[in-house]
Design a protein. Structure first.
Length: 163
């Protein structure tokens, strides 16, 4: 299964997975353009995988302020994209609640994303999903540019809370 740009935008409006359930951030903090693959099987741990991408535009807001005269995408935005994808996985799985990033084990940055990058890809490998006492997903993920892993994160955690 996959999700188009218009479906991604609908996820940020808040009703895609049902009122009060997982949603993506809107506008400036949305770090995903398309999900090209989502499955509850496969991946490195056999529990699911997501593949997604983001088109990089030289006029993205973060290039103007990080860093002045030396524009690069903040690494934390790539990390946030991986959390966003884990929240999508939980919502797509039909689990109730609003997504919240709960933590990450290790993060490694070994490259940078410049305004001329074109596009970046994300891969998320689901390790585990807990349904009680609260809904929580755990995954490992990577950010890829030109076929090279430039960010890696292990033990990403997202929970779904009822508000």
């Amino acid at each position: 299964m996959q999700f188009s740009k218009s479906q991604i935008l609908a996820m940020s409006d808040g009703d895609f997975f049902g009122q009060g359930n997982a949603q993506l951030p809107s506008s400036l903090m949305l770090m995903i353009d398309e999900i090209s693959h989502i499955s509850d099987t496969g991946g490195d741990f056999g529990n699911g995988q997501l593949d997604a991408n983001l088109q990089i535009h030289p006029d993205h807001w973060f290039f103007g302020c990080h860093f002045q005269g030396d524009p690069v995408m903040p690494g934390c935005l790539g990390l946030d994209a991986l959390w966003q994808l884990l929240g999508v996985f939980l919502g797509w799985s039909g689990l109730p609640g609003k997504g919240r990033a709960l933590g990450v084990g290790k993060v490694k940055f070994s490259g940078q994303i410049y305004p001329s990058a074109g596009s970046i890809q994300y891969q998320l490998h689901i390790k585990r999903v807990f349904k009680k006492p609260m809904v929580m997903g755990i995954a490992d993920g990577v950010v890829i540019h030109n076929g090279n892993i430039i960010y890696q994160a292990s033990d990403l955690k997202v929970g779904l809370i009822k508000t």
